[in-house]
Ligand binder design. Sequence first.
Ligand SMILES: [Zn+2]
Length: 220
Amino acid sequence: MRGKYVSPSTALTAFNCPRCGTLTSQSWHHVYLRKGDSSGVWSPEAAEEHARELESNSKIPEDGVKRLADYLRRVGSGELFIEKSDRFSDWHLANLNLSLCEECRQVAIWLHTKMLWPLSIDAPAPSEDMPISVRKDYLEAGVVLPHSPRAAAALLRLAIQRLCRELGQEGENINDDIAALVKEGTRPSSSESVGHCTSYCKQRRSSWPRCHKKMSRKLR
Ligand SMILES: [Zn+2]
């Protein structure tokens, strides 16, 4: 399955969601402040305990209890989510914004033009013709690269393997598949998707695995 890829950007209102990957509308939201009584961070245990206390309190209407208990459990789980509140504030946290995906209703956090969450990707944006199944591994490689170049290289290898499968090969042996594609007349060197993976590795030769070196020789 192939589709156009639009990199997330603060200049756009539609791009590939950094949470679910879908190319869809994104709405932008600002952050306002309200001073809390404590740190506001609930451990899972404390959230569960408080939720149970609420559930055992017969003085609170049942629907209100359920809503509050569900909210506490989500907070305790560490999930990033949006909850409607009737409280408001005049204090605005400038330059910290959220993009909200119309498809999955999950948010990404932005500091000015830089995406803070999910972790920003240290890699060139995928080419438009990169199949979605390949794109997922490619983007994940970009996320893990600063922490583990070897893991990033392994993911890129997997991405190329998937790409070979998309191009009608068996996807078991990259070298055999690429050799077969070259023989068939498909020039993987002209495929932007493969080009992206290899140039990405070349920029970081220390993490460039042997299989990619062999492949690159074949692509020349
Ligand atoms: Zn989404």
